[in-house]
Design a protein. Structure first.
Lengths: 237, 260, 617
């Protein structure tokens, strides 16, 4: 790994008095696809939300592309080129596909791919046929594609993908995997939360395993797959 | 014997036929999985059985009695329990109180003005919670539960009125792999013990193939397959519209072959 | 014929103003989810500021420049309100924001009084549009023609703004999910501020344009905010087209209502609103509200029976209340008696608002019905006090039974507006049916029975009844009925799925709350010795709401604390200063900022009692 794009040091997050994340350290290098694995409630989504500044009570040293984002607002972090695709998609159901994309639009950025609706329709051909359809009248799979496309409109250098395979038909999950690999080949850095090891293994270079708010394991995806003990202890496939 | 008999259900929304004449049966003690692509008509079918939607035509019979035309309330009182895709519990109550609420409704005690609710049916509630492994958490606020535990709580709530049919909408959505297996194993045990019929929808094929006794596959409002897990898994039509290459479930991933 | 045509056109002109104000209200609500009670105040400020500019500068430039300046200034004041106040409250319970804007209403009223004085101000005619056109032989003001044209023009501009500009798209996105909008790189804080600017500027514009048509006065704010609410709700929250149609409808109702039923124009408006909401629960063009994301509140903690310290504290308070007459003077006893009555009034509102999840903007209707039950019994049937105190909850309960049947078919702000509509109808009946109710003069001589006529005796009677009633409400909250209410509020989906008839439960809760408010009204009538229509007016309903919100909706003790603090403040502040609104409003705003969970809620968090020991996992 060369100079990391995203660095998280000693991240602690709280909801009320509940201590959700304890001293989480993470690094993601430019161009990598890294999986954050763990059981439900282990702290995966909270990690992503904390990185994006969406958790009010957080502390720790976070930097992205050399900029300190420890106390930055979500919109400032997004404007630095860190995109976020939430777990439950959160499409603007009243807005059309094109309008959803417009909300995500940000100026082009040196060093990361520049996206237009037309280029995104090449990546997700299903969306091209429903430009003016309201987000609320799309199927789950189509919404998942739209939520990724919407984030890409910000021309991010890196995206955080929270559970991209959740609730989707197996065939659509395969399409998602293909899309992520295609994005990687264009130089996009990706970090994804996943419970589906099949999916994570297909797309990721490295993995972190989180359990009860702490990072318990890190290594290459191949090493994780080979390590029965870790898988049994934290992932239990 | 068939506990649930669904016959020729039809439902349209604004001229679009969402369900085009669905028929299937579920036996007592049987776990029937209803699977298919997003938007195939699974949820619509589900809601017609539960009474949230009224079919344009067709019939739903529970042990010989017609359910079509009844309210969800009446259907529940006839013995149909339900869990939701996104858990629906009472966050302002403790775990035990959530179950007590169901028991109070089952015993028609909701209008009581005097005896504190927390003291009524507590023993029964604790027993149900023990059955799903939640007894130790009985007095925690349900708003602080981990998602997997909320699902267990929902299961206990669904069992509280001794249902004959259990409707489970994506019961393992949002759960970790081991929790999924545990929850479905628990469900299977309870179903066998009590002779309950279960109709569930699910996207996790590991869960479906491991626990369903029979599988019905829907696509574009129609049933395209109805059979044992093995038969469905090997059905080329089902593979084409829904299952894909199989890389996303059963056993180890198949390298990076699907990635073009 | 010509007369009717000009009357129709006059209704259209009125509709234009209504639409301007209502569209601003609708836009602000859509994005911020804040029910901006101060919206009428911006309308009033717009009128005053336009008057002043026109007065100082004079002429064509002064008039038209004044209108533009007033609109911009109202927008800027809206921005200040957002940045100083509302911004800190986006994560507070929804109604807390309403409470804060109510504080702003009070502050602006006193400021306007100080700056512009109490007299009505008559503005100039619009330069360039002073004349009249003849329509079918009838003279019609040119200025009104201008307004009739302006309404659709503003509608078209707003629709274009929201549909075709990036700002509009972002606003619509933020309306649905503000957190996600921020995570996509949109500075949602600035977006909200800009929305407040646009919304308040529209209100200011509406007020400024009204200067040539009616005298500028200090009552413009509340009357307009109520009408604007009606328009927004009838049209459907968040629908500009709906607001426009509703403004046309209400404008015509007012224009022709004056001719046909001059007495009950207001009732007519509310009656139409009630009919629209019963037929279309989300207004003419409204859709069921999608749950807005990104403003999650901490869940309410489970109910715990009072621990020993809390019980001891309760006993201590009761002991103090029992001993007070020994030391308190006559005046203090009167204030204490009234406070106790208001405690019951607030507790009854809390019962339906807290566990029941039904917010009422018109709870005074049932309080007033109780008071009138006592008053009418005394006046027409020579009934005694005990008969009055029995009839009061019965009449309050019957009123709630009737109105509640309609109200529980709706939810949220729509339900609240329907309660307001019914309260206005009851108020109008009390106000207009002079033969029976005495109208504005009220009913006098409603005194307690001779044995209870001493202040201290009546105080003890009130203390006994209120304590009993409050304990009964508390008992019900812990009983299955209260649990069922909370179940229906927490998850209607789950509740229906476990065989509960949520609507019927809500109806019963609504009725019980009405009966208890009626009882409080009865007690109040005998304490005051008289009954007036003001007992069931909008300000009385707002008082109850403020008391509950001040105390905190999520705690049972909240309304008790809120009523005591509010009434105490009101009484004391009025005694010592002319600027009571300014001070009361300021205190409300400070309290809201200091205790975003209510006074009792804050105390609860400090002293713990284990209720909030567990956060969210």
């Amino acid at each position: 790994m060369t100079s990391p794009l995203l660095t998280v040091n000693g991240l602690n997050s709280f909801y009320g008095r509940a201590h959700i994340l304890a001293d989480v350290d993470l690094q993601v290098g430019a161009g990598e696809v890294v999986a954050l694995m763990g059981r439900n409630g282990a702290g995966k989504s909270t990690t992503f939300r904390s990185i994006m500044g969406l958790v009010e009570q957080r502390r720790g040293a976070l930097s992205f592309g050399g900029a300190d984002i420890s106390t930055a607002e979500p919109f400032e972090i997004a404007r630095l080129g860190l995109g976020y695709v939430p777990e439950d998609r959160r499409i603007f159901t009243e807005l059309t596909v094109m309008e959803n994309l417009e909300v995500g639009r940000q100026p082009a950025r040196a060093g990361s791919p520049t996206w237009t609706p037309e280029r995104l329709f090449d990546l997700f051909p299903n969306l091209a046929e429903m430009r003016d359809r309201p987000g609320g009248r799309m199927s789950g799979g189509e919404q998942q594609m739209l939520t990724i496309a919407r984030t890409l409109m910000g021309n991010p250098r890196m995206i955080l993908l929270d559970e991209p395979s959740e609730g989707l038909a197996p065939r659509i999950v395969e399409m998602m995997a293909n899309a992520i690999v295609a994005l990687k080949s264009q130089g996009l850095t990706v970090m994804l939360c996943e419970q589906n090891l099949h999916f994570a293994a297909l797309v990721s270079d490295r993995a972190y395993v989180i359990e009860k708010g702490r990072i318990r394991y890190q290594g290459t995806m191949a090493a994780l797959q080979a390590d029965d003990e870790v898988r049994r202890a934290y992932l239990t496939m | 014997m068939a506990a649930l008999v669904v016959e020729s259900l039809v439902k349209s929304f604004g001229g679009v036929r969402a369900v085009k004449g669905t028929s299937f049966t579920v036996d007592r003690g049987e776990l029937l999985a209803l699977i298919g692509p997003n938007g195939a008509g699974k949820t619509t079918t589900f809601n017609m059985v539960g009474g949230q939607l009224h079919p344009d035509s067709g019939s739903v019979k529970l042990e010989g009695r017609e359910l079509v035309g009844l309210t969800p309330r009446a259907i529940w009182r006839m013995g149909v329990g339900r869990t939701f895709q996104i858990t629906a519990t009472y966050p302002s109550m403790t775990v035990a109180e959530n179950v007590q609420m169901v028991l109070l409704s089952h015993h028609k005690r909701l209008l009581g003005w005097w005896t504190p609710a927390a003291r009524q049916f507590r023993a029964e509630a604790l027993e149900l919670l023990a059955r799903v492994g939640m007894a130790v958490q009985a007095d925690r606020p349900s708003s602080v539960l981990a998602y997997g535990d909320l699902k267990r709580l929902e299961l206990a709530m669904a069992l509280a009125n001794e249902p004959r049919l259990l409707l489970m909408d994506e019961p393992t959505a949002g759960m970790a792999p081991r929790e999924r297996v545990e929850l479905m194993a628990l469900t299977a045990d309870l179903v066998r013990e009590r002779g309950i019929a279960v109709l569930f929808t699910e996207h996790d094929m590991d869960v479906v193939f491991a626990h369903a006794h029979r599988i019905v596959v829907m696509n574009r409002g129609e049933i395209i397959a109805d059979g044992t897990p093995d038969a469905v898994r090997n059905d080329p039509h089902v593979q084409e519209v829904y299952l894909g290459s199989g890389a996303m479930f059963h056993g180890e991933p198949q390298g990076k072959a699907v990635v073009s | 014929m010509g007369f009717y045509v000009t009357q129709f056109m006059s209704g259209l002109a009125q509709a234009a103003t209504l639409f301007l104000v209502a569209s601003g209200l609708s836009i602000i609500f859509g994005v911020t989810r804040i029910v901006n009670f101060a919206h009428g105040s911006f309308y009033m400020l717009g009128a005053y500021m336009a008057y002043t500019v026109s007065d100082v500068v004079g002429g064509f430039a002064g008039f038209w420049g004044g209108i533009v300046a007033a609109a911009l200034a109202a927008g800027v004041i809206g921005v200040v309100m957002e940045m100083v106040l509302l911004r800190r409250l986006y994560r507070s319970p929804e109604l807390f924001q309403l409470l804060a804007t109510f504080g702003v209403v009070l502050v602006i009223q006193d400021l306007a009084l100080t700056i512009w004085g109490p007299e009505d101000l008559l503005g100039p005619r619009a330069p360039g549009l002073e004349g009249r056109v003849r329509i079918l032989g009838q003279a019609f003001p040119q200025y009104d023609v201008f307004l009739i044209v302006l309404g659709p023009v503003v509608l078209a501009l707003l629709l274009l703004l929201f549909k075709w500009t990036r700002w509009g798209t972002l606003v619509r996105a933020a309306t649905q999910d503000r957190e996600m909008t921020g995570a996509l790189g949109v500075n949602e804080r600035r977006l909200f501020t800009s929305v407040l600017f646009v919304g308040c500027a529209l209100a200011g514009l509406g007020g400024a344009l009204q200067v040539p048509r009616e005298a500028v006065n200090l009552q413009m704010d509340v009357s307009m905010v109520v009408e604007a609410f009606v328009v927004v709700v009838v049209g459907g929250m968040g629908s500009l087209m709906g607001a426009f149609l509703a403004a046309l409808l209400i404008g015509q109702l007012q224009a022709f209502g004056i001719l046909i039923f001059p007495q009950i124009t207001l009732v007519l408006v509310f009656l139409v609103m009630a009919v629209v909401l019963v037929v279309r629960p989300y207004g003419l063009l409204g859709k069921p509200p999608a749950a807005a994301r990104g403003a999650a509140h901490a869940p309410e903690a489970p109910l715990r029976p009072a621990g020993l310290p809390a019980k001891l504290f309760g006993v201590a308070v009761l002991a103090v209340l029992l001993l007070l007459p020994v030391v308190a003077g006559q005046y203090a006893l009167v204030v204490l008696t009234e406070t106790l009555v208001l405690v019951l009034f607030a507790a009854s509102l809390h019962f339906m608002m807290g566990p029941g999840g039904m917010v009422s903007f018109g709870h005074a209707a049932y309080f007033g019905l109780g008071a009138y039950a006592a008053g009418l019994l005394t006046k027409h049937m020579d009934g005694g006090m005990l008969a009055g105190l029995v009839t009061a909850p019965v009449l309050g309960g019957l009123g709630a039974l009737l109105f509640g049947w309609f109200c529980v078919r709706l939810s949220g702000v729509y339900l609240a507006m329907l309660t307001l509509a019914f309260a206005q109808i009851v108020w109008s009946v009390a106000f207009q049916w002079t033969a029976v109710t005495g109208g504005d003069n009220g009913i006098l001589g409603v005194w307690p029975a001779p044995w209870a006529s001493a202040k201290w005796v009546y105080y003890y009677l009130t203390l006994a009844v209120v304590t009993g009633a409050v304990l009964m409400l508390r008992r019900a909250i812990f009983a299955p009925f209260g649990y069922a209410m909370r179940a229906g509020r927490d998850s209607p989906l789950r509740s229906e799925a476990i065989g509960m008839d949520v609507r019927r439960l809500q109806w019963l809760a609504f009725t019980a709350a009405g009966a208890m408010a009626g009882l409080a009204g009865g007690l109040y009538a005998y304490a005051k010795g008289s009954v007036f229509p003001t007992f069931l007016s909008v300000p009385a309903s707002v008082d109850a709401l403020v008391m509950v919100l001040m105390g905190g909706v999520q705690t049972i003790a909240g309304p008790l604390v809120g009523a005591a603090v509010f009434h105490g403040l009101e009484t004391e502040v009025v005694r010592y200063t002319d600027f009571w609104r300014l001070i009361l409003g300021g205190i409300i705003i400070l309290l809201v900022l200091a205790f975003p969970k209510g006074i009792a809620g804050a105390a609860d968090a400090w002293f713990g009692s284990g209720r909030s020991a567990e956060g969210r996992a």
